[in-house]
Design a protein around this ligand. Structure first.
Ligand SMILES: Cc1cc2nc3c(=O)[nH]c(=O)nc-3n(C[C@H](O)[C@H](O)[C@H](O)COP(=O)(O)OP(=O)(O)OC[C@H]3O[C@@H](n4cnc5c(N)ncnc54)[C@H](O)[C@@H]3O)c2cc1C
Length: 414
C-alpha cells in the first residue's frame, strides 16, 4: 500500500514524487516509456527563475540564452539582447533522468515500462492497473492518485475531471551543423500559422529547430529546413518529424475524491509559447502541500482537494487566459500586419519596454504594457488593430478579472 501513486514520469510527476518523498511520503511513479526521458519532444528552455525557485538539476544545462534574433515574415531581422541570460536550455533526457535519480535517492519507487490502463476508486482506496509488455497486469494500491500524464486525458472523464478547451501543435527536429548559429525566432503565417518557429543552437554543433502552430507543424517545418539549412540529404522528411499536441487552457476540475491532476494534465502550460515545465512545477508545489495535509488529516474528499485548484488557479489563471486571448488575436494577423509590427517595434521604444517589463515566464505585464504603449501610436498600427480594439479591451478585462473560483465544484452532486 502506497500513500501516493503518480501516473506519468515526466518532469512534473518526477518533481512532485521527489518533493513528497523528502517529507516521508511513500510514492510510486508509473511510466509507460521503457526509459525515463526518452523520446521526449521538447526544446527544454526553462527560465532562470524556475531553476532557482525549484533547485533544478544544473548538470542538465546545455547553454543559456541572452541574445535572440527575431525574423519577420518578409525576412526583416531584429536583434534583441537582454541585460542578462534569461533562460537555460536543458538536455531533456538528462534533466528527466536527474529528477528521477533525485526522487529515487529519497525513496521513490519508479517503475518504467508500465502503462496504466485502469484506475478504480473506492471509499478507502485507489486501485491502479498497469500493463507491462502489452499483456502482464500489475496492480498498485494507494490512498491518493496523481495524474501527471501530460497531454494524455484517458482517465480524466472517468474520474470526474475536466478536459482541455483546445490544443496547439509543437514539432521539432535536431540537426547536426558545423556552422555557428544564433538563437532565432521566426514569425508570421508563412512560417508558422498561429504560432512561431525557433532555432536553438546546442553545444557540440547541434541545433534544435521547432515550430508551434495551430495546425500540423510538419509541412511548415520542412519548408523552414529547406530554406535555411543547406544540408541536403541530412534533412528529415515530413513523416520523420515528431510532433505533439500541447494542452491550451485550464483543465477544470483538476481534482476529485482521492485524485489530482498536475502539469500539462491540468492545463498548467503557458498559452503564449506552449512551455509547460515551469507552470507544471508551480502546480506540483501546490499539490505537494495539499497532499501532505490530506495524509496528515486523513481527508481525501474532493472538498479538501478543491483547495489545490483554488490555489493554482489563483496563481496562474490570469496568465493562462490572457495568453490564450493574445495568441488567438495574433493568429488573426496576416503577414503584412506582423511585418508592420516589426517596423513599429524597431522605431517606437518597444525593446526598452521588453527589457524593463519582460519576464520569461510571466507575460501578462509585458503584454499589457505593450498594449498601453502601442495605443499611444494608433495611427502607425495596421488596420486590424483598429478593428480589433475590442480584442485589446477584452485582453485587459481578462487580466483584471479575478479567477472565477465559484465555478470550482466544492461539493460533489450525485
Ligand atoms: C516541440 C515542443 C517543444 C517544447 N518546448 C518546451 C520548452 O522549451 N520549455 C517548456 O517548458 N516546455 C516545452 N514544451 C512543453 C513541455 O514539453 C511539456 O509542457 C512538459 O513536458 C509537461 O510536463 P509533464 O510532466 O506535465 O508531462 P509530460 O512531460 O508529457 O510527461 C507525462 C508522462 O506521462 C506518461 N504517461 C501518459 N499516460 C500514461 C499512462 N497511461 N501510463 C503510464 N504513463 C503515462 C507519458 O509517457 C509521459 O512520460 C514543448 C513541447 C513541444 C511539443
Amino acid at each position: 500500500m502506497n500513500d501516493v501513486v503518480i501516473v506519468g514520469g515526466g518532469p512534473v510527476g518526477l518533481y512532485l514524487a521527489g518533493s513528497l518523498a523528502e517529507s516521508g511520503v511513500k510514492v510510486v511513479v508509473l511510466e509507460r516509456k521503457k526509459e525515463i526521458g526518452k523520446e521526449v519532444i521538447c526544446t527544454g528552455i526553462i527560465g532562470r527563475e524556475a531553476f532557482e525557485k525549484f533547485q533544478l538539476p544544473s548538470q542538465a544545462i546545455d547553454s543559456s540564452i541572452q541574445k535572440v534574433e527575431l525574423v519577420s515574415p518578409g525576412g526583416d531581422r531584429i536583434f534583441y539582447t537582454h541585460p542578462h541570460p534569461f533562460a537555460y536550455v536543458v538536455d531533456r533526457v538528462a534533466f528527466d533522468q536527474l529528477l528521477a535519480a533525485r526522487a529515487q535517492a529519497r525513496g521513490v519507487e519508479i517503475i518504467s515500462g508500465i502503462e496504466v490502463v485502469d484506475i478504480r476508486r473506492s471509499a478507502h482506496i485507489i486501485e491502479v492497473t498497469g500493463r507491462e509488455n502489452d499483456h502482464l497486469n500489475r496492480f498498485y494500491k494507494a490512498k491518493i492518485c496523481v495524474l501527471a500524464t501530460g497531454n494524455s486525458f484517458r482517465f480524466h472523464h472517468q474520474l470526474g475531471l475536466g478536459l482541455p478547451q483546445e490544443f496547439v501543435f509543437g514539432g521539432q527536429v535536431e540537426l547536426h551543423d558545423d556552422e555557428k548559429h544564433l538563437h532565432r525566432l521566426w514569425f508570421g503565417k508563412a512560417h508558422a500559422p498561429g504560432g512561431f518557429a525557433w532555432q536553438i543552437p546546442l553545444k557540440r554543433k547541434k541545433l534544435k529547430v521547432g515550430l508551434l502552430s495551430s495546425t500540423d507543424t510538419r509541412p511548415y517545418l520542412v519548408r523552414i529546413l529547406k530554406k535555411y539549412y543547406p544540408l541536403g540529404k541530412q534533412l528529415p522528411l515530413v513523416h520523420e518529424i515528431s510532433q505533439k499536441a500541447i494542452t491550451q487552457g485550464i483543465v477544470s476540475p483538476s481534482f476529485s475524491d482521492r485524485v489530482l491532476a498536475v502539469g500539462e494534465a491540468a492545463g498548467q502550460v503557458k498559452t503564449t509559447t506552449g512551455g509547460g515545465i515551469f507552470y507544471g512545477l508551480l502546480g506540483a508545489r501546490i499539490a505537494e502541500k495539499i497532499i501532505k495535509q490530506a495524509l496528515i488529516t486523513n481527508s481525501f474528499q474532493e472538498s479538501h482537494f478543491s483547495i489545490y485548484e483554488y490555489e493554482w488557479r489563483r496563481r496562474l489563471e490570469k496568465e493562462i487566459r490572457l495568453g490564450l486571448t493574445m495568441r488567438k488575436f495574433y493568429s488573426l494577423l496576416d503577414d503584412e500586419d506582423v511585418s508592420r509590427l516589426f517596423e513599429i517595434a524597431r522605431d517606437n521604444g518597444v525593446f526598452p519596454l521588453v527589457q524593463q517589463k519582460g519576464n520569461f515566464d510571466w507575460h501578462s505585464q509585458l503584454i499589457l504594457n505593450l498594449i498601453r504603449h502601442l495605443s499611444h501610436h494608433p495611427r502607425h498600427l495596421p488596420p486590424i488593430f483598429q478593428i480589433s480594439w475590442e480584442v485589446w479591451k477584452k485582453a485587459k478585462k481578462e487580466f483584471q478579472k479575478k479567477p472565477d473560483v465559484t465555478e470550482i465544484p466544492f461539493t460533489k452532486v450525485d
